[in-house]
Design a protein around this ligand. Structure first.
Ligand code: FAD
Length: 360
């Protein structure tokens, strides 16, 4: 007979959601065990990891940017100190204007609240020898990226060292629910929190949540020939070009709502290559190509909270296209809800949806 191991929380999934929730709980002195089979979902591992406080379409602040950005800065820098390596970078985003109206709107918006994230002047010659930029550009301040692969790898090693990670597919039939605790194999815990990304659509307790999943592909490129440019800012115009070091750039991303699998496609590759050719004047080679499924939701807000019938079961999901920005702030809010009974933001609480299928 195996000994029972008692933990405060069982967490299923070690993508951005599970990792950041786990670290938030550990910092509070809580004990955890994470159950993760990394090959089930690639989203966090292949994400470009960009964060941008501005929505380009309407040139407004991204939802809750003023709250999310400072806490994200704190969280990732603290994690870098813990793990002794840098994975969080501040990089301005250069927006190349597609039309004159966009430029006029940008200048007008610099005087509005979103203006704190916008550069005040238009640049006319940004890398003009290598980039098509006839209408000029301006920069988003306080943007950047998380090297998600490095972040997840380092945390995985850290959790393993601390006996906090079990590498296996979670078996729902082994979960037992009691009034004040749960048990799974030889573990018991106060609560279990599911952080399974899009795989939650197969979870018998939370498959009623209204996901509207989005597949995405990215490519990685190398600039060819004598054009050894090495720009440090992120370029954005119909695609983003994110420098990841040594003249290598990540480019993306596509959005696909019908073919929901993690396979790379020729269509995705040529869509990104075509868009890139309209921005870059110089030749490039595609050296990698990846695909994943974003856990996007009907109303574009996270899915956080406890099961309406089994309050020892929770979910931390729905990070959609913005996992890097959303996860730290809402992991803290969720932990405050779980541990201190503080309220959850109404917009993220799963209580906003009615459970409509009983499938367990
Ligand atoms: C192409 C692409 C580009 C993106 N770019 C960005 C970007 O630039 N910036 C940004 O902020 N976001 C971006 N995203 C979105 C971002 O990837 C997501 O918001 C985030 O990764 C979601 O994290 P998650 O932990 O909820 O889910 P996931 O990353 O899917 O992680 C879930 C984890 O749980 C494991 N798992 C699932 N079910 C089980 C089970 N039953 N048993 C055991 N393990 C299980 C999975 O294998 C995985 O390890 C992008 C996504 C894609 C696809």
């Amino acid at each position: 007979m195996k000994n029972t191991i008692i933990k405060n929380y069982i967490i299923v999934g070690q993508g951005l959601a599970g990792t950041i929730l786990a670290q938030t709980l550990l910092k509070l002195g809580k004990s955890i065990i994470i159950i993760d089979e990394p090959t089930l979902s690639k989203a966090s591992k292949i994400a470009a990891g960009l964060y941008n406080p501005v929505v380009f379409k309407r040139l407004v602040k991204s939802w809750m940017a003023d709250e999310l950005v400072p806490y994200m800065d704190y969280f990732y820098r603290d994690a870098e100190q813990l793990l002794g390596i840098q994975f969080y970078f501040k990089k301005q985003i250069v927006r190349l204007f597609a039309e004159e109206q966009e430029k006029t709107l940008w200048l007008k918006k610099t005087d509005e609240p979103v203006g704190k994230y916008l550069s005040k002047t238009i640049e006319n010659n940004f890398l003009s020898d290598v980039i098509y930029n006839p209408l000029g550009s301006a920069n988003v301040i306080d943007a950047g990226n998380l090297d998600t692969r490095l972040f997840l790898e380092k945390f995985r090693a850290y959790f393993k060292t601390n006996n906090a990670l079990l590498e296996e597919i979670f078996d729902y039939t082994q979960l037992k629910k009691f009034e004040n605790y749960v048990s799974y194999k030889n573990y018991t815990a106060d609560k279990i929190i599911f952080c399974e990304g899009y795989e939650t659509t197969k979870n018998p307790y939370f498959n009623w949540l209204p996901f509207k999943l989005t597949k995405g592909e990215t490519i990685t490129i190398k600039i060819l020939g004598e054009h050894q440019i090495d720009f440090e800012k992120v370029i954005n115009k119909s695609v983003f070009i994110l420098p990841i070091g040594s003249g290598i750039y990540k480019v993306g991303a596509t959005y696909e709502w019908n073919e929901l699998n993690e396979n790379i496609t020729e269509k995705g590759r040529s869509e990104m290559a075509d868009k890139l050719q309209k921005v870059l004047k110089i030749p490039f080679e595609i050296i990698d190509h990846q695909a994943g499924i974003r856990p996007t939701v009907n109303d574009r807000r996270p899915l956080i909270g406890l099961h309406p019938q089994y309050p020892t079961l929770g979910v931390f999901n729905g990070l959609g296209t913005k996992g890097v920005m959303l996860a730290p702030y809402f992991a803290k809010q969720f932990v405050n809800f779980l541990e201190n009974n503080l309220p959850l933001e109404k917009d993220v609480d799963i209580k906003r949806f009615k459970i409509n299928t009983i499938s367990f």
